[in-house]
Design a protein around this ligand. Structure first.
Ligand code: UDP
Length: 314
């Protein structure tokens, strides 16, 4: 492949792994980021590659690119519940105005567009596991609504561009994904538990830890997104690991792998925290020939090793 590809949010956790993989496959990559939750360090090691360029830009503000672009991955959005509480207006803006600007960029270039949506569109799911045909159960005024509704709106925008402007679009619904380059302070379960265990502090399990999630390693996530972009399938596709575990199990596994003496400290459950979440990935298998390869425990070991490094390894 030798395409010109734009990745907004390319200095973020998933975005930076995506840029790296696209470059490895021989493409040219323009990474756009405003570093609200992304970090320059995430892509520092790519800067010497002449096929890579980094543009500091808030995608909610008008901008243009000189190059002709063939594919656009819209990965820009804060995605941690901690961000939902701190910067809800920015999250709503990036998933509406920001997504629209990226869609216009794709339209102008007649490029193919991929939107990074989320399992959060299913809200507190009444269907389990979640299939793409499930319409969801979202609290439109709750503390997570800036993200859940922001992403639901972005999916609606994408489908409107596909229908009205005949843009070639793809929507990936990302389920919980983890790996190196997650922010230590991003507030999600894996970075919290790993850093707490490494520091010998108690692991903060919310509620009784009975809620479930299904954790996908970032290399698998990126693989699914690239397969989806290059497929012929225009409706949303779940990309996540269909192995469901409780949060307490996760905390205990982290303690075991770190060989930590940390205890578990049960804290109040945040509002609207989904009780169960697990993707049905039969559509991904059928339409894009994808399923995860990395076991969550193996991915967790790699993530722990990365968090152990005293400097920012990139
Ligand atoms: N969680 C927890 N302790 C933490 C951080 C998160 O018990 O220190 C729980 C959280 O309540 C949720 C699950 O872990 O039930 C996954 O949370 P995360 O923020 O990683 O992702 P999301 O809620 O977006 O799935």
């Amino acid at each position: 492949m030798n395409s010109m590809i734009v990745v907004s949010g390319g200095a973020g956790f998933i975005g930076s792994h995506l840029c790296e993989r696209l470059l490895k496959e021989g493409n040219r990559v323009i990474c756009i980021d405003n570093f609200v939750t992304g970090r320059k360090e995430n892509v520092q090691h790519l800067l010497q590659d002449e096929k890579f360029s980094l543009v500091e830009q808030d995608i909610t503000k008008p901008f243009s690119l000189d190059e002709k672009v063939e594919q656009v991955y819209n990965m820009a959005s804060p995605a941690s519940p901690v961000d939902f509480a701190k910067i809800p207006l920015e999250i709503l803006a990036v998933n509406s105005v920001g997504t629209r600007n990226m869609l216009d960029l794709a339209s102008l270039n007649k490029a193919r567009f991929l939107e990074s949506s989320t399992s959060e569109v299913y809200g507190e799911p009444l269907e389990h596991p979640q299939k793409e045909t499930y319409w969801g159960n979202v609290n439109s005024i709750g503390e997570r609504s800036c993200y859940d509704e922001g992403k639901r709106f972005s999916e609606a925008l994408v489908m409107a561009y596909a229908r009205e402007k005949e843009l070639e679009t793809r929507i990936v619904r990302i389920f919980n994904t983890f790996g190196p380059r997650m922010r230590k302070d991003d507030g999600r379960a894996i970075p919290n538990f790993v850093s707490q265990a490494l520091e010998g502090k108690p692991l903060t399990v919310y509620g009784k830890g009975k809620q479930t999630r299904s954790f996908c390693f970032v290399s698998d996530q990126v693989d699914g997104q690239i397969k989806l972009m290059n497929s012929g399938y225009g409706l949303p596709v779940n990309v996540g690991n269909p192995v469901e575990i409780t949060i307490l199990e996760l905390a205990e596994k982290v303690i075991e792998l770190v060989e930590s003496k940390s205890k578990i400290d049960f804290k109040p459950l945040p509002k609207d925290d989904p009780t169960r979440r697990m993707p049905d990935i039969s559509l991904a298998k059928k339409e894009i020939g994808w399923q995860p390869k990395v076991k969550w425990e193996d991915g967790l070991k790699q993530t722990i090793d990365w968090f152990k490094k005293p400097f920012f390894p990139g």
